[in-house]
Design a protein around this ligand. Structure first.
Ligand code: AOS
Ligand code: ZN
Ligand code: ZN
Ligand code: ZN
Length: 427
């Protein structure tokens, strides 16, 4: 299943009329403010968000799973699905793999397939939160923090193997998310568990290629509900600092307790040059993994605002951070959901680019909270959709990615190709 350039240009031809006047309007408004619209569109266009291989199928909860059919059953099909997304939006040019769910049998062929879809491989993810059939020791009571050296060793070796797969594919980062923790007070010696984790990470870090990064994710709860060994950004940062320059913190937006000021965490990590990457999603309660921007779009904008505020060069910013989605879907078509997430991320980025930084800083320096708020709101309330649409059309992507996805009945075609009883490996 491939989308042709012909299908896209026909769709765009039909969309052009409705696009012209809103685009002309915002273009004029921004030029009046002294903003270079072409530069802005270019900045929007180059921003790419990696798609996690595990978000391409219907997720589910422990209560049930409702397959939607046509889900990718192997790595080739997952790459093809991300290829569909990237053809539609030219903004999802990378895939983040998960080992062992996505073991590439023939790395050369997989690399070639990705190249055909214009995709690169983003961070590779290790998995020490599940037991695999061929595995000697169980992770029931932890992995890198386990009391038994043999279990820790197995988990260390798995991570090193993941790096090797990643190297063969051209990835440049390993993301480590640990489920390790405890369910009951007294169950685990906090100090020993953290020390063992730090030592295990050290052994993995020693095998990291010199141009790689290790991204350490944190999470306050789940699957352990009393304590997690890496519960928060402070612990992640502490571990990363001990490891060295190549180790960084990864911020998954869903991994905070309610009302946490995530933008401030982001600002601090960025200041310390320790912000390695994001797992974008949204949440109402916890690690809900909902569509990015569906609940708290203002928070997303504020996060980008901090990043842009803390950098001199937005092109460098885009290059230096791993931008990934981490999501799971129960009721939506996952491909539509991912298109919405990417759009929301780029909208937040575009709005943050519009903030009048000079005036904002003046308002801050003169202690004018009303002025500062107005400046942020002015950017946040701007309808940037015509800019994103223009960026896509210039890039030969679809004016309306979900519209075209539906017009072409892509899900139906995928079901015809792969069947209705499909299960995508993943969460
Ligand atoms: C788990 O909650 C974390 O968000 C992980 O980043 C991710 O969901 C997992 O690695 C996917 O397998
Ligand atoms: Zn995550
Ligand atoms: Zn998560
Ligand atoms: Zn999540």
């Amino acid at each position: 299943m491939r989308i042709t350039q012909q299908q896209i240009s026909e769709h765009n031809k039909n969309a052009r009329d409705a696009h012209e006047s809103p685009f002309a309007f915002i273009g004029e408004e921004l030029e009046k403010k002294g903003i270079d619209v072409d530069l802005l569109i270019n900045q929007i266009a180059i921003f790419q968000v990696a798609i996690p291989s595990w978000a391409l199928g219907a997720g589910g909860t422990r209560f049930g799973r409702f397959p939607i059919g046509g889900e990718p059953g192997n790595l080739e099909e997952k790459i093809s699905d991300v290829g569909i997304l990237h053809a539609l939006n030219r903004s999802s040019g990378a895939i983040s793999l998960h080992i062992p769910w996505d073991i590439p049998e023939d790395t050369a062929a997989i690399k070639e397939l990705a190249r055909e879809h214009d995709l690169v491989f983003d961070a590779v993810n290790s998995n020490t939160f599940q037991d695999q059939d061929d595995q000697e020791y169980s992770y029931k009571f932890g992995s890198l923090s386990h009391t038994d050296k043999a279990v820790r060793q197995q988990a260390i070796e798995h991570n090193i193997e993941v790096i090797q797969y990643g190297e063969a594919l051209g990835s440049k980062a390993l993301t480590v998310w640990l489920a390790d923790g405890s369910n009951f007070p007294g169950q685990q010696n906090f100090r020993k568990a953290l020390k063992r984790t730090s030592e295990s990470l050290q052994e993995i870090y020693a095998e990291l290629p010199s141009d790689w990064e290790m991204l350490i994710e944190y999470k306050p709860y789940e699957p352990n509900f009393y304590s997690m060994v890496i519960p928060d950004w402070g612990t992640s940062l502490l571990l990363a600092n001990k490891l060295g320059d190549q180790a960084q913190t990864l911020v998954d937006l869903g991994h905070h307790l309610p009302n946490t000021n995530i933008e401030q965490i982001v600002a601090t990590l960025f200041l310390e040059k320790k912000l390695g990457g994001f797992h974008f999603n949204d949440s109402k309660y916890g690690d809900d993994d909902l569509t990015t921007g569906s609940i708290k779009p203002f928070q997303l904008f504020l996060i980008f605002n901090e990043l842009i505020d803390g950098t001199d060069d937005c092109d460098d910013l885009v290059e230096s951070i791993a931008w990934m989605i981490d999501a799971s879907h129960n009721v939506k078509d996952p491909l539509e959901d991912l298109l919405q997430s990417v759009e929301a991320i780029k909208k937040a980025y575009a709005k943050a680019l519009l903030v009048d930084r000079k005036r904002l800083e003046e308002a801050r320096e003169s202690n004018d909270p009303t002025g500062a708020q107005s400046i942020l709101q002015d950017a946040f309330q701007t309808d940037v959709r015509p800019l994103l649409r223009e960026a896509r059309m210039r890039d030969k992507a679809a004016a309306d990615p979900i519209g075209l996805y539906r017009d072409l009945d892509i899900r139906k075609q995928l079901i015809e190709e792969r069947g209705t009883e499909t299960i995508a490996t993943g969460l």
